[in-house]
Design a protein around this ligand. Structure first.
Ligand code: C2O
Ligand code: CU
Length: 432
């Protein structure tokens, strides 16, 4: 069988006949009769994007804009998004990057659903269980459609009553035609925040390549990575925070008296908070190492007692991909294997050793699960549990990660430098 066939069979989710005793059915599907709390209709179209500067870019829009509208939900709410395809010939989907949705809602074209053809629609329904910063994007011909702008931010906040920052804002970095933008603007975006107010800036990197972010005007904390809060993160300054392609970093700071804060995505691209410094400082040479940042805390399972231990070896070799000769990326020596490379049973504790010997960096993105980083190059993590869905693995590096197999389905595990995924850097995780 092929992965695409398995994906289609997986479509309806479990009916509870075989594994009913071990698989919680409500984790898989949302009852049809439950009313949605947050609703949106997003219409995808091929066309011209006009940025605030007047620059026009040929790409894709959602409801006429790119990035698409910000979707905000409170934890526990049911999100329902109707995706309509107006005129995108090759079809579209929506993938909820970082949200561990039920398999049929994952939006992976050819794996969990067929791409939505022009004139058709698809209804996504999932419960926003995880608090954090996420994003959505098409998962059909991703390297073209995502880079072309078929994407938007998704934020899940704690249910009412939980402490929140005074100002809470998304900063979505995207390259339109090779130029970095902030929330779809050339140059800078701005948010008002009086001195003394607390600010959470949710940085989303939708681009190719890791993005260093640095802050002028105030010390800050990295409050969350890839949607998960860090445990007791220290205040830092004069360090860059690296956000991998697909990844997110939430920065928190207090606006100083009589001043403002500048959150830099590049020398000329920034979020200006309050009365921010006009010029960016030079990027700090020091980078925050998340392996040792924050304070350690239990992760909820014992990776030393794993049920499965996988190896994910990234390399490169000449060969044929879809009949085309080339120099392609490989996973454990294989080019886009026809059957899922990794198989788990529901409830397994899984460790994975990711070893990159390919000559380039790869931000590895596992769908449907969050993994915790155990070590890098044999050095154990000592900081806060560092949960990731998008992990930058540089050439020559070896990461050990662990996750709980708690979300049945067929899941992609691929590089989020998206052309690399199209060039072979994709494997699949399946449940037996
Ligand atoms: Cu954000 Cu499979 O991707
Ligand atoms: Cu890559």
């Amino acid at each position: 069988y092929s992965i695409a066939d398995m994906g289609r069979h997986d479509h309806g989710g479990h009916t509870g006949t075989d594994d009913a005793s071990t698989v919680p059915v409500d984790a898989l599907t949302v009852p049809d009769d439950r009313e949605a709390d947050v609703r949106a209709t997003l219409t995808a179209a091929r066309g011209t994007i006009t940025l605030d500067s007047g620059r026009t870019v040929d790409g894709y829009t959602l409801n006429g804009t790119s990035p698409g509208p910000e979707i905000r939900a409170e934890q526990g709410q049911l999100v329902e998004v109707v995706l309509e395809n107006s005129n995108v010939d090759e079809g579209v989907t929506l993938h909820w990057h970082g949200v561990d949705v039920p398999g049929a809602m994952d939006g992976a074209a050819g794996v969990t659903q067929d791409a939505v053809a022009p004139g058709d629609d698809f209804v996504y329904r999932f419960i926003a269980d995880q608090v954090g910063t996420f994003w959505y994007h098409s998962h059909q011909v991703s390297h073209e459609q995502v880079f072309g702008g078929l994407l938007g931010p998704l934020v899940v906040t704690p249910a009412e009553g939980a402490a929140a920052a005074d100002v809470d804002v998304v900063v979505l970095a995207h390259l339109y035609d090779g130029r970095r933008t902030v929330n779809g603007r050339d140059g800078t975006d701005h948010v008002d925040a009086p001195a003394g107010s607390t600010v959470r800036v949710r940085v989303v990197n939708t681009d190719f390549g890791v993005m260093p972010v640095w802050v002028d005007g105030a010390p800050f904390r990295v409050a969350a990575v890839d949607g998960t809060e860090l445990h007791e993160p220290q205040q830092v300054e004069d360090v860059a925070v690296e956000v991998p392609a697909g990844g997110r970093g939430d920065l928190e700071f207090t606006v100083p008296p009589g001043g403002g804060v500048r959150v830099n995505l590049s020398a000329s691209t920034a979020l200006l908070v309050g009365d921010a410094p006009v010029e960016a400082s030079i990027p700090p040479t020091e980078t925050l190492d998340l392996l040792h940042y924050g304070t350690s805390a239990p992760i909820g399972f014992d990776p030393g007692d794993a049920d499965r231990e996988f190896e994910f070896g990234i390399d490169r070799r000449p060969g044929f991909l879809d009949g085309k000769p080339g120099f392609w990326w490989t996973v454990n020596g294989e080019l886009v294997p026809e059957v899922p490379m990794f198989t788990v049973a529901y409830g397994d504790i899984v460790t994975m050793r990711i070893a990159n010997d390919s000559g380039e960096a790869h931000p590895m993105h596992l769908h449907g699960h969050h993994a915790v980083v155990l070590s890098r190059d044999g050095v154990a993590a000592t900081g806060s549990p560092w949960w990731v869905d998008s992990l930058e693995v540089r050439d020559g590096e070896v990461y050990e990660i662990a996750f709980a197999a708690d979300n049945p389905g067929i899941w992609m595990d691929h590089c989020h430098n998206l052309p690399h995924a199209a060039e072979g850097l994709v494997a699949h995780l399946a449940y037996e």
